[in-house]
Design a protein around this ligand. Structure first.
Ligand code: HEM
Length: 455
């Protein structure tokens, strides 16, 4: 023990029953959080001799994820959970391998490039609208419909249409992979070997095999195809590592396409589904959204130039992601020791940033369970600490698709809400359950009625 460690204050450990947490984790990792995280800025526990730190104080989050980012890696939990599907793609890689991948695709997310993608976002929403018109009056599985919409958008915008990908099977496969994720978290917590069987494991493995094979076909076709498409696939095919100039292997390209398809559609779809659910039970906010859409579009079809003007609609989406952040917990592991506040954090410490808890803390958000899009008016945003709200994470690993997602969400909401009034049909409000992302349980059942002024 060195002199600094001796002087540093001891960690005030919170007692946290591993057995209880394990049981909760399998069904919903949110229930496995120490309850103290909803009221205290920092909580320490120990698991298998390793320090676990839960951070909800925006200042400490900034200090950790932003200022000390170079001492952190994604760690064992992320490797176990996502590694089998995403390999060493942008979300899961660390260090130099992460950096050159991020640089290679950054141009796809520049503002001017995103503006070009708006028509494709609107077109996918129009297709969903057309499907809803055909099934008017019948129950809608809104979660599923939003997945389909955002999947169409990601494949169209990032992979120039995906060349015959089986959308329905891909969507099922992603659910099959994520469904047993509570087991993976729980096994990670007790240090069980990677090969340990659990319910749903073989289905999850079959899902990954299918998904990766589908993407291998896309790459093979693109290598045969002479046409230059200027999309994410081209960027990955042409990327060259600044250290040594090597190209990505097919496996590395698949890692990244898997990453962009999953990270890029699930999250936005869930954000949209929760938003539609919340608006259906908050008619005043819904009226204001519909009014805003009518004013901005003049009653005509939603066009690209309207999207950035729909500022209240965007506030509504932001507030939904506060209450139901699609990525509710992020984790990091300390690769080496570093100082946080007055404490020396040992290497191997696991950090949890429970975004869900941060967004529900009464100290940061008065009356936190109340849905209030005014929290995201420009003045209120300015008055708040930047890291009191972080649906897209923070620091160098912040979501690369955040501007894409916001643009997409507003475009889809505008097209659908302009034409439909949705009502909730669930007997009880659905519960948010974490399956890596935050899903409603049971599924959101809604009914859509055509609006009279519909274009
Ligand atoms: C509402 C929608 C979205 C939410 C809430 C969301 C949330 C997040 C969060 C919290 C992270 C950081 C994870 C961490 O720090 O461990 C992240 C990373 C990432 N997201 Fe998103 N995301 C969304 C949409 C998208 C979209 C549309 C794309 C792509 C088109 C995308 C691609 C990625 C990628 C590639 C990363 C890894 C970035 C890196 O590590 O450099 N996401 N996302």
């Amino acid at each position: 023990m060195d002199a600094r460690t001796q002087q540093a204050p001891a960690f005030p450990l919170t007692r946290h029953s591993t057995t209880k947490a394990l049981r909760a984790m399998i069904s919903n990792p949110l229930d496995a959080l120490p309850p103290e995280v909803f009221s205290q800025p920092i909580v320490f526990t120990k698991q298998r001799g390793l320090l676990n730190v839960y951070l909800t104080d925006p200042v400490l989050i900034h200090e950790t994820l932003v200022k000390n980012a170079e001492h952190l890696c994604k760690g064992d939990q992320v490797r176990r959970m996502l590694g089998p599907a995403l390999g060493q793609g942008l979300l899961t890689a660390d260090g130099a391998h992460w950096k050159w991948q991020r640089q290679s695709v950054a141009a796809a997310f520049r503002h001017d490039k995103l503006l070009d993608l708006q028509p494709a976002m609107i077109a996918a929403a129009e297709e969903t609208k057309a499907r809803w018109l055909r099934q008017e009056g019948r129950p809608l599985d809104v979660g599923h419909d939003m997945m389909r919409t955002t999947f169409d958008i990601i494949v169209e915008t990032m992979m120039s249409g995906g060349h015959g990908i089986d959308v329905a099977r891909v969507e099922r496969s992603i659910s099959d992979y994520l469904d047993p994720s509570g087991w993976t978290f729980a096994f990670g917590m007790v240090g069980a070997p990677d090969w340990m069987p659990f319910p749903g494991r073989s289905k999850a493995r079959a899902a990954v095999t299918f998904l990766r094979a589908s993407l291998a076909d896309v790459i093979a076709q693109r290598r045969r195809d002479e046409v230059e498409r200027n999309d994410l696939v081209s960027m990955l095919l042409n990327a060259s590592d600044p250290e040594g100039g090597r190209r990505m292997t097919d496996e590395e390209i698949i890692d990244n396409l898997m990453t962009f398809i999953t990270a890029g559609h699930e999250t936005t779809a869930l954000g949209l589904a929760w938003t539609l659910h919340l608006l259906a039970s908050h008619p005043e906010a819904e009226d204001r959204v519909v009014q805003e859409i009518a004013t901005v579009t003049g009653g005509g079809p939603v066009l690209s130039e309207h999207v950035s003007q729909l500022t209240y609609t965007r506030q509504v989406f932001s507030e939904s992601m506060r209450l139901f952040p699609p990525a509710p917990i992020i984790t990091r592991t300390a690769e080496r020791e570093f100082t946080l506040g007055e404490r020396l954090i040992p290497a191997g410490t696991v950090f949890f940033v429970p975004i869900y808890a941060v967004h529900h803390m009464a100290e940061l958000w008065p009356d936190p369970e109340r849905f209030d899009p005014e929290r995201f008016s420009p003045e209120n945003v300015r008055a708040r600490h930047r890291y009191a709200y972080m649906p897209f994470g923070a620091g160098p690993r912040v979501c690369i698709g955040n501007a894409f997602a916001l643009m997409e969400a507003v475009a889809v909401l505008a097209v659908l809400l302009q034409s439909f009034k949705l009502s909730n049909r669930n007997a009880k409000p659905p519960k948010p359950v974490m399956k890596v992302t935050l899903r409603p349980r049971p599924n959101l059942a809604m009914v859509g009625k055509r609006r009279l002024q519909s274009a």
